[in-house]
Design a protein around this ligand. Structure first.
Ligand code: BDR
Ligand code: CA
Length: 308
């Protein structure tokens, strides 16, 4: 089995994604790196370290980019809480940092596990763009990258058309989508349609009774309030967890189509929009398999299993 590397801007749903990987396939996880996104990067590292300890997984965290490639960081603490973990008073402690920047650690891991390293990205793609710049062989050393980001239906969560991870650092995302890395894109549409957690689903998860289950549900507090107040939706969705489930078990995805994905960079109302190109006149390589449908039952079983 290929090794897995998780690059995350750890906030509440990233934490659940880490629980899935560290509980269902700990032997495959070769490294965890952090990036600024939902929260500043030092909080992302703190939350990743906390979650790894909760899963009894010993690791050093490779802290990465503190800001997007060429713009100011705009976090999503209004969605995930000031601490990123729902502001429920968790004692998050301090992470054990490797002292190796994420992009450098990624390049080294890709060389070490040449052709056998799969990367899962759960935040802005800054670290990956930097790794591509650092090492011209990085793209060919990576077996696969599963990306939580973008949308296949132009229905965004941070603007009317853009998804947060891509919008936060569109220039980095465009570098990554243009690269030769074989990619699977799990957009926000997949989360919205197949990874929604209703209030009764949340009760079912809480009833598992473990510390992991309690943190997984209760850390979504600010997210739940945000969903309820902005769209009247009770409950929340889990984009990073379903993406991680896809990386562990590709049969979670039931329909994919290859595209050359491009990102709208710069400013303006379409900043961060993912454009899916598949026309006959377009000879750009279609390096991204875009997920178009998923199997919720498989995802739900994996989630329950991971939280036991
Ligand atoms: C993405 O942005 C963050 O809010 C989540 O952690 C997820 O990675 C969804 O748009
Ligand atoms: Ca995330």
């Amino acid at each position: 089995m290929n090794k897995l590397w998780i690059d995350t801007d750890t906030a509440s749903d990233d934490a659940v994604a880490l629980m899935i990987a560290l509980s269902l396939a700990p032997e495959r996880v070769a490294g965890i790196s952090t990036v600024a996104g939902n929260v500043p990067v030092h909080l992302s590292s703190r939350n990743a370290g906390y979650t790894a300890r909760l899963c009894e997984f010993e690791t050093l965290i490779h802290e990465g980019a503190a800001s997007p490639l060429c713009r100011t960081l705009e976090t999503a603490q209004y969605i995930h809480g000031e601490d990123g973990m729902g502001d429920i008073g968790l004692k998050l402690g301090s992470p054990d940092l490797s002292g190796i920047p994420a992009a450098v650690a990624l390049v080294e891991a890709a060389r070490q596990h040449k052709g056998e390293l799969e990367v899962v990205t759960l935040g802005p793609l800054t670290n990956i763009a930097l790794a591509l710049k650092l090492d011209p062989d990085f793209a060919s050393n990576i077996a696969k990258m599963t990306i939580m980001g973008g949308t296949s239906d132009c229905y965004g969560n941070v603007t009317p058309v853009s998804e947060f991870n891509i919008w936060a650092d569109p220039e980095a995302a465009d570098v990554v989508f243009r690269s030769a890395i074989p990619k699977v894109m799990v957009g926000w549409d997949i989360s919205r349609k197949y990874a929604g957690i209703s209030n009764s689903d949340a009760e079912e998860l809480l009833a598992i009774g473990t510390s992991k289950a309690k943190v997984a549900v209760n850390s979504q507090k600010v997210l739940r309030e945000f969903c309820s107040s902005t769209s009247g939706v009770e409950g929340f969705d889990l984009p990073d967890p379903i993406t991680t489930a896809v990386a562990l078990n590709p049969s979670v995805i039931t329909e994919v189509k290859p595209y050359a994905v491009r990102v709208v960079c710069g400013e303006g109302p379409s900043r961060g929009l993912t454009i899916l190109k598949d026309r006959h006149c377009n000879d750009e390589p279609k390096t991204t398999q875009v997920a178009l449908a998923a199997d919720r039952t498989i995802f739900w079983k994996m989630l329950q299993e991971a939280l036991k």
